[in-house]
Design a protein around this ligand. Sequence first.
Ligand SMILES: NCc1[nH]cc(CCC(=O)O)c1CC(=O)O
Length: 334
Amino acid sequence: MAYRIGTRGSALATTQTQWVADAMSDEHTAFEQVIIKTKGDVTTGSLANLGGTGVFATALRQAVIDGEVDMAVHSLKDLPAKQPAELHIAAIPARADVRDALCAANGMTLETLPKGAKIGTGSPRRVAQLLAYRPDLEMIDIRGNVQTRLARVAGYEHHHDNAPAAAGSPKGDLDAVVLACAGIDRLGMDWAITERIDPDIMLPAPGQGSLAIEIAANKTLDAPLANALAAHQDTGARLEATAERALLATLEAGCASPIGALARFVNGTLHLDAVVAAMDGSKTIRRQASTTLDESAVTEATSDAAYALGVEVAQMMIDDGADLLPPGPARGTR
Ligand SMILES: NCc1[nH]cc(CCC(=O)O)c1CC(=O)O
């Protein structure tokens, strides 16, 4: 029996999906990846013009709904907070490093970057939190896959042994770029990271570092598939994702500013830390709360408690004026 796993075609997406396919395959059951071309992959314009959130996932999700593939692997943070009725997140495997990565020239860190250093990122969340910490930095809006972005860092070409940067995009013109640690680590390019940014300075995007295995909601799972999915469900990652996405869903309803959120499930306690920030870094609203769960499993009770924690922290932030902060650009790159 062979199951088909849909994936985007980027190096990161195929690396992630192959990891899932290899992990789920055994001597009786094979999982193979099928690359689905998405609008986000074929368009070079600014993501904001494509309708923002979810653009990377749309074609892939359609392939799942149409039964062209049995499931899809996504980066969880690329999925909109509101889950479509046709699709179900069947499993969230163990989470990678949740932090953002500073990838700077000459081994520089947030402490040692010179005044006015040029930092590339396309993420309003990263811009806002970096400016809150270092208002002197010059933020440059950049696009493209992980390799293309890393190629913007001065001196990068001396290390570069992976896929070449996209033709025509500038190279070596920035002091640093900020990316997710998870993606760089999965690509085996961790040498490019000069600082794993402490979440006290920068909270990641909701879901960052987690993969989501999505299936059609009406699909009847046969036993080998149900077993493989259950075996790759990580309790902590699932509860953390539930809290972070509940916060995102609650805030998105009324607040257009960049959002960071990080939940951690440790010894039966789920802790959620979140921020909403003005794009220029002039104001941040940051709140946290915890809840003790009765058991360390993904059950209706623990899922509901995780969701309630996300709503609670979001409500605290709205009470503090999160909805009054000036809006950032349309959210698309988190
Ligand atoms: N928006 C693109 C995207 N989606 C997931 C990741 C990284 C992997 C992850 O966070 O799981 C990235 C690149 C980045 O932000 O550096």
